[in-house]
Design a protein around this ligand. Structure first.
Ligand code: HEM
Length: 455
């Protein structure tokens, strides 16, 4: 017995395009409220199914994952990410995942903690000198510096700046094409396309230079590029150069903007919740700085988790059915796009009592045990779960810990803070904040001196 999938209808030609454009987040919320957890939508000829039921999301990501491929919107990233992990499919994806996964070992993460600390302490110096800050900008710069250092082994400021500027161009281009899917293909030499090509070329030439350097001397290095250069599959084969480039590009792109958004939302929430901030400080006073970012039970982690519940950096993601099937009792046709909105599921009162409250304490072991697995999925799930999941948690927790122990943050315009859903969930417009040093704080410079800055 199959069930019809309800939905809001729409224009005969464009379907629900106007609803999407009027505001994706409120539209998703309205669909959930008025039609339930499985809702049929349309964009032109394409049928979309908005899925907010954790057990059906698990079917898509885990039990029936082989019946799906990546969603058409994700493929907009192809001109930049090529066949890197985020976009590849089937056996090519599996082979690459097996080659890349070992790079994110315990050893890598240990070194990563030091890299996070080093760059955060530099940001702390800037905060001391100039206390009026734009948080989204600061968090983006910081995550670019960390990504360039950890993934490519770059600590040179000029290269890092260049990488940051190019990533900004590629990101703006994704946003443009995400909002205007009918944009001309990237091979047509329009002004935006030429700008994109220049940015990709520039990134590629930095990556190629680093590949050459690491080829001559990768021994003892633990940046992701050096590890990927040495990685071999079961036949003893190494990654072809183009795939190596695609993977490094994927790590840079997938690994900085998501974390920067997560951190910006976390600061914005902390700035509005003094009680949570002072509890965090109490914990930091007693925590061992070496192990703290990896401590899964820490209050800092609970803060990051709760912030990604309310403001998931990836607020929706999708799959495309490659064959007809049922999800639960609902018939899915070949070619249907399945959208899984973290934004909606993470705010469902059925799973999260008082869902709009920022309450890091809800994340007890018992609460997590009882929570349906896909009621909280900021990093996706199943075989294609985010490969940088642990790295992102360590980074967010490490940055938070290093800065919160020294500074108070207050927003200039908390009421003006609005989520802006593009490829990721960013704040709309700048997030201006005042930074104040606390008396008796442990400065991050001292932490840097203790741990050394020679990573
Ligand atoms: C808060 C930060 C992050 C969030 C919220 C996030 C979220 C996600 C999500 C939802 C997916 C699944 C996409 C899908 O199934 O279609 C994903 C995949 C991926 N992420 Fe992340 N991510 C974060 C940080 C990172 C970092 C730091 C890295 C790099 C170290 C990274 C690299 C990747 C890659 C390579 C994939 C594709 C994995 C595959 O398909 O095998 N991400 N991420």
């Amino acid at each position: 017995m199959t069930r019809d999938i309800p939905g809001p209808g729409g224009s005969w030609l464009l379907g629900n395009l106007a609803d999407f454009r009027a505001g994706m987040l409120p539209f998703f919320e309205r669909c959930r409220r008025d039609y339930g957890t499985v809702v049929a939508l349309r964009l032109g000829p394409r049928r979309l199914i908005l899925l907010s039921d954790p057990s059906l999301i698990e079917e898509v990501l885990v039990t029936k994952n082989k019946s799906f491929k990546k969603h058409f919107a994700t493929r907009l990233l192809k001109p930049v990410l090529g066949n890197g992990l985020l976009l590849s499919e089937g056996n090519q994806w599996l082979r690459q995942r097996r080659l890349v996964q070992p790079a994110f070992s315990r050893r890598f993460t240990d070194e990563f903690v030091q890299i996070v600390r080093l760059h955060t302490s530099r940001l702390a110096d800037t905060w001391r000198q100039n206390p009026r800050r734009e948080l989204y900008h600061d968090m983006t710069q910081l995550t670019v510096q960390i990504a360039a250092h950890a993934f490519l082994g770059i600590s040179d400021a000029k290269d890092t700046e260049e990488i940051g500027a190019c990533l900004e161009v590629t990101h703006a281009d994704f946003e443009r094409r995400f909002q205007q899917p009918w944009s001309l293909p990237t091979w047509i030499p329009t002004a935006p396309n030429r700008r994109l090509h220049r940015a990709v070329q520039s990134l590629t030439s930095i990556i190629d230079r680093m590949i050459d350097e690491r080829r001559k001397d990768a021994d003892g290095r633990h940046d992701a590029l050096s590890l990927l250069l040495r990685a071999e599959d079961e036949q003893g084969e190494r990654m072809p150069i183009q795939l190596l480039r695609d993977e490094v590009m994927t790590l840079l792109l997938a690994g900085h903007d998501t974390t920067a958004n997560g951190l910006t939302w976390t600061w914005s929430l902390l700035a509005q919740h003094d009680g949570v901030m002072s509890r965090l400080r109490d914990e930091l006073r007693h925590a061992k700085s070496e192990t703290h970012p990896r401590d899964e039970a820490s209050f800092a982690r609970k803060i990051v988790k709760e912030s990604m519940r309310l403001f998931p950096p990836v607020f929706v993601f999708g799959r495309e059915a490659i064959s007809a099937m049922n999800l639960g009792d609902y018939p899915i046709q070949k070619g249907d796009s399945i959208l899984m909105p973290q934004w909606v599921v993470h705010r469902d009162a059925q799973f999260f009592p008082d869902p709009l409250a920022f309450d890091p304490d809800r994340w007890t072991t018992e609460f997590e045990r009882e929570l349906p697995k896909y009621a909280y999925f900021p990093f996706g799930g199943g075989p294609r779960v985010c490969i940088g999941k642990e790295v992102a948690m360590v980074e967010a927790t490490g940055v938070l810990a290093a800065l919160a122990s020294e500074f108070d943050v207050s927003l200039e315009d908390p009421a003006g803070l609005t989520p802006w859903p593009t490829v990721t969930l960013r704040p709309k417009g700048p997030v201006w904040a005042h930074i104040r040093r606390r008396n008796g704080s442990v400065t991050t410079s001292r932490i840097e001196r203790q741990t050394g800055s020679d990573v």
